[in-house]
Write a protein that binds this ligand. Structure first.
Ligand code: DX5
Ligand code: ZN
Length: 225
């Protein structure tokens, strides 16, 4: 199993965002998680496509290898801004099915731009839509907090949902990332991996500490131990 750690820049210092992206990549990030909030779908407001395109040149390792930008849209409607994020250099674009009137169309619109598409499920949201679109997506993101804010506590029922999604992915035979977002720390990441996740968003756990590499290394150690 290849595990990926995706630091959420929601908890970074917004006054030094480019430097924060560089530093967290130097500390070993596999992806950069980019939380887009619209004060409508969620009660908070963050950043848009212009910030994404400004950060894109910084999303690479010292050796020049591109680090994927994982855009998590907490917005409604979805399609127009998803297209702008595709233009802005997003590598993955995920949206909440309840935020789009036409989920299949939104997925196709993202993929038509050459970007990988994902669906995000809130803690109390069922997975039924996957019965109809799992063949079309590249990523499933399970929320283990209610979306809108960093620094919340992990909701345990997410573990059961992750197990369910893992079975669906394995049955599909497709190469689909299973990502989890919210309340991931060094001391619970292993439980989340054991439930079947392969990609881990962590905001406050990483940016809340001075030593980003120390946290990412401890997470990887927990995953391999
Ligand atoms: C919440 C966001 C998360 C958030 C996670 O709506 O989707 O990505 O940054 O933050 P932590 O890791 O602090 O729970
Ligand atoms: Zn997120």
């Amino acid at each position: 199993m290849t595990y990926r750690i995706a630091p959420s820049i929601l908890s970074a210092d917004f006054a030094r965002l480019g430097e924060e992206v560089k530093n967290v990549i130097a500390a070993g990030s596999d992806w950069i998680h980019f939380d887009v909030m619209d004060n409508h779908y969620v009660p908070n407001l963050t950043f848009g496509p212009m910030i994404c395109s400004a950060l894109k040149p910084h999303a690479k390792t010292a050796a020049g290898v591109a680090v994927p930008i994982d855009v998590h849209l907490m917005i409604s409607p979805v399609d127009a801004l998803a297209a702008s994020f595709a233009e802005a250099g997003a590598d993955y674009i995920s949206f909440h099915p309840d935020a789009s009137g036409h989920v299949h169309r939104s997925i196709q619109a993202i993929k038509s731009k050459g970007v990988k598409a994902g669906l995000v499920f809130n803690p109390a949201e069922p997975l039924d839509v996957l019965d109809w679109v799992i063949e079309d997506i590249d990523l499933i993101l399970i929320m283990s907090v209610n979306p809108g804010f960093g620094g919340q506590s992990f909701i345990d029922s997410a573990l059961r949902k992750i197990e369910d999604v893992r079975k669906r992915i394995d049955a599909s035979g497709k190469d689909i990332r299973l990502e989890v977002d919210g309340g991931i720390k060094t001391d619970n990441i292993r439980r989340v991996a054991d439930a079947g996740a392969d990609t881990f968003v962590a905001g406050s756990a990483i940016f809340g500490k001075p030593d980003y590499k120390g946290v990412i290394d401890a997470m990887r150690l927990a995953l391999t131990a």
